[in-house]
Design a protein around this ligand. Structure first.
Ligand SMILES: Nc1ncnc2c1ncn2[C@@H]1O[C@H](COP(=O)(O)OP(=O)(O)OP(=O)(O)O)[C@@H](O)[C@H]1O
Ligand SMILES: [Mg+2]
Length: 143
């Protein structure tokens, strides 16, 4: 028999997709990420870092690619849970990804701290980008 708690857990464990185009969409992605982080038992600091990482990546999507998508899913590794988030767009792509991942590299006269801070805050961070095709970041945080 399903208790309401089981129902809630199964909803939070299914794949969530959020289309990203506006700052309001970014806020929804951040709230969803934080709520899923809490649900799987990540602590407050981890929850904050997951939210900040999603905010940085989704802000880049709006700024550089205009639109994209955030997908969030609970994953498992050796019996422990994690949150996996993919932020993807079909924008212009990044010509020099190595530089883009370093502190203070920006093509927009901004701080250039978004991507390096995502890298520092998450347990896993991979980014794939092809010029003219788009960019996909995958981040994970484990409980
Ligand atoms: N989704 C994307 N599509 C295309 N280019 C991107 C994307 N995300 C990042 N970039 C490129 O990588 C650079 C570094 O990104 P990063 O988020 O670290 O810094 P920023 O956005 O310039 O500044 P900040 O995030 O500190 O305000 C950007 O200036 C931009 O050239
Ligand atoms: Mg940025």
């Amino acid at each position: 028999m399903n208790s309401p708690k089981d129902g809630q857990t199964s909803v939070s464990r299914s794949l969530q997709r959020i289309a990203i185009r506006t700052t309001g969409d970014i806020a929804i992605a951040v709230m969803t990420a934080r709520s899923m982080a809490r649900d799987i038992g990540l602590n407050e600091k981890d929850e904050f870092q997951v939210g900040t990482a999603v905010s940085e990546l989704a802000t880049n999507v709006v700024r550089y690619a205009k639109r994209g998508e955030v997908r969030l899913q609970v994953v498992e590794r050796k019996g422990s849970a994690g949150l996996e988030i993919i932020v993807e767009d079909r924008g212009p792509g990044i010509a020099d990804l190595d530089s883009a991942l370093k502190d203070h590299f920006s093509t927009q006269d901004s701080l250039g701290l978004g991507l390096p801070s995502v890298k520092r805050m998450m347990d896993e961070f991979t980014m794939v980008s092809n010029v003219g095709q788009g960019t996909r970041a995958t981040i994970r945080k484990w409980v």
